[in-house]
Design a protein around this ligand. Structure first.
Ligand code: GLV
Length: 309
């Protein structure tokens, strides 16, 4: 089976070496050294050049290096009848949970506020509520959101979840769809976005959403930059309606020099590091999925291209 590693922004040779070590019977090529495009049966993709996926007449599956498949689906040349497999690796959830806990605790303990006081050499104390009196709202109840929500519950926060369709998870108050959004937002003091980026969720972190949250609330976005309307977020922070934001993802990455987020006193910018695919464990999961597929089983973690995740 010929597997093409098509990850122009990543170290494609390192992935090839790992795939070959795990499954020597594969023939692994690294884009742009494709050879005869008609040989390619499986593409392992991340930030591929749009249009490229239309070049492989024998293509039978596309595997995404990342959990989010919005980059593949945004390519109009992606052959939608070909199964698209997202990355489901428990390690992605472990890393994401650490980031979410760090960001939520930073807002909960007002570390950004104390950082500003320190710059003015001011020694001033504030009372902070117990975690149980702080409501954290997690948008997206998939692999990442459900795990992060569980860890927040473990710290004693009052946690609620929002998703497209209703999910019931122990200890969580859950809301769904457009109908549940207002009630979800009305109580949320720290909003964590872990949604997939789809036509329905693009721009969901906008003025209308912020205005339905209580004054002084915070936003954490570790999903996709496309979820946020940047100007709306800046306006909500500048008016004092929102008190802070932690942002790991941006519409354009790297975040362009001079973007107002870089220097905003109420925004913490991190460079898309919330959760990063770990090569050895992720490659093993891809190889395992391929092996049992070649043996006649069904591919695991195939996305629905119409739903977008
Ligand atoms: C990273 O952003 C991913 O989708 O895994």
């Amino acid at each position: 089976m010929v597997l093409l590693v098509n990850t122009p922004t990543e170290n494609g040779s390192a992935w090839r070496d790992m795939f070959l070590k795990l499954e020597p019977s594969l023939e692994v090529r690294v884009w742009p050294d494709v050879g005869d495009p008609a040989d390619v049966e499986v593409v392992f993709a991340w930030r591929h050049v749009h249009g490229d996926l239309a070049r492989y007449p024998s293509l039978r599956a596309v595997f995404s290096l990342g959990a989010g498949v919005d980059g593949v689906l945004a390519d109009p040349a992606f052959p939608r009848q070909v199964p698209l497999v997202r990355m489901v690796d428990p390690n992605l959830g472990v890393l994401m949970t650490e980031y979410v806990l760090a960001a939520v605790l930073r807002h909960h303990c007002e570390l950004d506020h104390y950082h500003r006081l320190q710059q003015a050499a001011r020694w001033e104390k504030r009372v902070r509520p117990f975690a149980g009196d702080r409501v954290v709202g997690v948008m997206g109840m998939g692999e990442l959101g459900a795990r992060a929500a569980g860890a927040l519950l473990g710290l004693g926060f009052s946690v609620r979840g929002w998703s497209r369709r209703i999910r019931t998870l122990p200890g969580l108050e859950t809301f769904a769809g457009e109908a549940g959004l207002t009630a979800f937002l009305a109580g949320t003091q720290i909003l964590v976005c872990l949604l997939p980026l789809t036509a329905q969720t693009r721009g969901i972190l906008c003025a209308s959403t912020f205005s339905r949250m209580p004054r002084g609330s915070c936003v954490v976005n570790a999903a996709r930059g496309g979820h946020v309307l940047d100007a709306d977020l800046l306006a909500a922070l500048d008016s004092g309606h929102l008190s802070g934001a932690t942002l790991d993802v941006f519409e354009t990455e790297p975040l362009p020099a001079g973007h107002p987020f870089w220097s905003h006193p109420r925004i913490l910018v991190t460079p898309h590091i919330a959760s990063v695919t770990s090569l050895p464990t992720a490659a093993a999961l891809v190889v395992d999925n391929l092996r049992q597929w070649r043996a006649g089983g069904a591919l695991r973690n195939v996305v629905d291209p119409d739903r977008g995740y």
